[in-house]
Design a protein. Structure first.
Lengths: 422, 138
């Protein structure tokens, strides 16, 4: 094996093993910053040794053993520094000492819990949302700082700084490395799901820049969601979110024309929707509902998305069911954006006039002031009602508000169409 | 990316001999790890070729031949569809599968949109260029 080959293999193994490695070390050290540093050190050792010694049969266990030895040294060092030498044997986590290097399976039994702890810690509320996202992608996605920077169109040093600050904050606030229990669990889980969904959405609709979607981020979010569903199988909203992401991802490739222009849902070629992802999404939705989570925010959104994928042709869409699901969603998670979506569904079920009434009720909503979809939807309804002058103004306004170049082009075309058909 | 992982047939699988309890248990564990890692999209085992058929196309003519088929090593006994971040990752995962006895597994990347995206290439290039500019400026 050449050195280049070995490095290639090591990088691949690293992507697979890093989260488990960091999670296992964090449990020993109670500090995810130190845990990540030690995991990185184990990686460096692998990069030195594997090209000459060959890749070990169980590379994951090898990395874990190497890192754990260093973790034990680190703990000793910490104790010595704190002048508490006598406390070492007592205070060391028992599993750090008793797990023999080749007992990978024994390690595996705990590792699921450790991964869950790692996810909850990375998404801890003492961190800002930006920090949570960066830390989650770095620790659980095995993404490098440059990869995260590229995905989010921010400079590398910004991401590096977010990660450093996040680690420091967690250490300073002495955030325990644990899965929250009792009343704390629901809001903490909601935060985790929000981070995962944010990553997905960042990929699904690029908020800035020229391209419509960044599939790699969608795939990473989906992967995180699926991992989470395996770690917390009893949580309906986890399945709800996975269902929502699977179904949305099924349309990923049908959303963009060959020249990069976006294609709206109802104009998409449904033959290009990914049936496998749809099936997986519907199964996850069913699981969420079986667990009593039909009224969860994500499950409701997934149920709405499911209405679309169940219709073989756009004209077969069950808009009254969608409208009623949005009405339920507006009760569970009230927001002007949900209300706007409900208006669209109502307009499809009952006609543009009914939809326009709901949209007009939102015009004074301050939180929607800069939201391009409000004038975009209003323009569409006005267009359908034959009020083209008003429609054109709305489309033009929407075009100036969106940060997405492609979407902006589409809106300007619609504005132009209002004139040309007069 | 997606990778199709093809498990080739052998004399046992073609004879309809089911794997032993031990292998089944180990395979169960392996599958569990694939699911936990978010890698597994689907996986199925196939009946022996004796229960299958082949259809040959010549002009308008369709000729159906019932199994079994002779060339055991070229036959498929089962498959997985995996979602991975790279082809190497799929190879790394399959190395961990509990196969033995000369079993051969074939891995094939599934065509993705990008593979067809010739028309979009200039746009993608332009986008990449803008991105680099943006990152450099920041």
């Amino acid at each position: 094996m050449t050195t280049a080959d070995a490095h290639h293999t090591i990088e691949t193994v690293w992507k697979i093993e890093a989260p488990r490695l960091i999670a296992g070390l964090a449990r020993m050290l109670r500090d995810i910053g130190q845990a990540e540093d030690l995991a990185q050190e184990a990686l460096v050792v692998a990069l030195e040794r594997w090209p000459t010694d060959g890749v070990p049969d169980n590379p994951g266990a090898w990395l874990m053993t190497t890192a754990k030895r260093r973790a034990i040294d680190q703990l000793r060092h910490n104790r010595m520094r704190d002048n508490k030498q006598a406390a070492i044997d007592y205070e060391l986590q028992p599993d750090a000492m008793t797990h023999a290097p080749d007992h990978a399976d024994a390690l595996d039994d705990d590792i699921g819990d450790d991964l869950l702890r790692l996810i909850f810690t990375a998404c801890h509320p003492v961190l800002t949302r930006d920090m949570q996202v960066a830390l989650t992608l770095r620790m659980l996605g095995g993404l490098t700082t440059p990869e995260i920077a590229r995905a989010f169109l921010v400079p590398e040093p910004t991401v590096a700084q977010r990660i450093v600050r996040a680690k420091r904050t967690l250490a300073e606030k002495q955030v325990p490395f644990e899965v929250p229990r009792g009343e704390e669990l629901a809001p903490r889980l909601a935060a985790v799901l929000e981070v995962v969904y944010l990553i997905f959405n960042e990929g699904y609709t690029a908020t800035a820049g020229g391209d419509w979607a960044r599939p790699a981020l969608c795939e990473e979010a989906l992967r995180l969601g699926r991992v989470l569903a395996g770690l917390a199988p009893g949580e309906p909203e986890v399945h709800g979110l996975v269902a929502l992401m699977e179904i949305q991802a099924s349309r990923l490739h049908a959303r963009t024309a060959a020249d990069g222009r976006p294609i709206l849902l109802l104009d998409q070629d449904r033959a290009r929707w990914d049936r496998l992802l749809i099936r997986r999404g519907l199964v996850s939705l069913e699981r969420a509902e079986q667990l009593g989570g039909a009224d969860g925010g994500y499950a409701l959104q997934a149920a709405i998305a499911a209405c679309h994928v169940r219709a073989l042709h756009a004209k077969d869409t069950d808009w009254s069911r969608i409208a009623s699901l949005y009405a339920r969603l507006a009760e569970v998670a009230p927001s002007p954006v949900v209300e706007l979506n409900r208006a669209v569904a109502v307009s499809m079920a009952e006609g543009p006039e009914a939809g326009l009434q709901l949209v007009d009720a939102l015009l004074e909503e301050r939180s929607l002031a800069g939201y391009h979809l409000l004038p975009s939807v209003r323009g569409d309804l006005l267009f359908k009602l034959g009020r083209r002058d008003e429609a054109r103004v709305e489309f033009e306004r929407a075009a100036t508000l969106t940060g997405n170049v492609r979407e902006s082009e589409l809106l300007r075309q619609r504005a132009a169409a209002c004139i040309s058909t007069e | 990316m997606r990778v199709l992982v093809i498990v080739k047939a052998n004399a046992d699988s073609e004879a309809g001999v089911m794997p032993g309890t031990e292998l089944l248990a180990e395979m169960g564990k392996f599958n569990e790890k694939l699911v936990e890692a978010g890698v597994m999209l689907m996986g199925e085992g196939l009946h022996p070729s004796s229960k299958g058929a082949r259809v040959r196309f010549d002009g308008k003519k369709r000729t159906v031949t019932d199994g079994p088929f002779a060339e055991t090593k070229e036959l498929v006994a089962g498959f997985w569809l995996w979602q991975v971040r790279s082809f190497d990752e799929a190879i790394e995962w399959i190395k961990r599968a509990p196969f033995d006895g000369g079993t051969e597994i074939e891995l094939r990347p599934v065509f993705e949109m990008e593979d067809f995206g010739d028309a979009a290439t200039p746009e993608i290039r332009e986008h990449e260029a803008r991105l680099r500019e943006k990152i450099a400026k920041a």
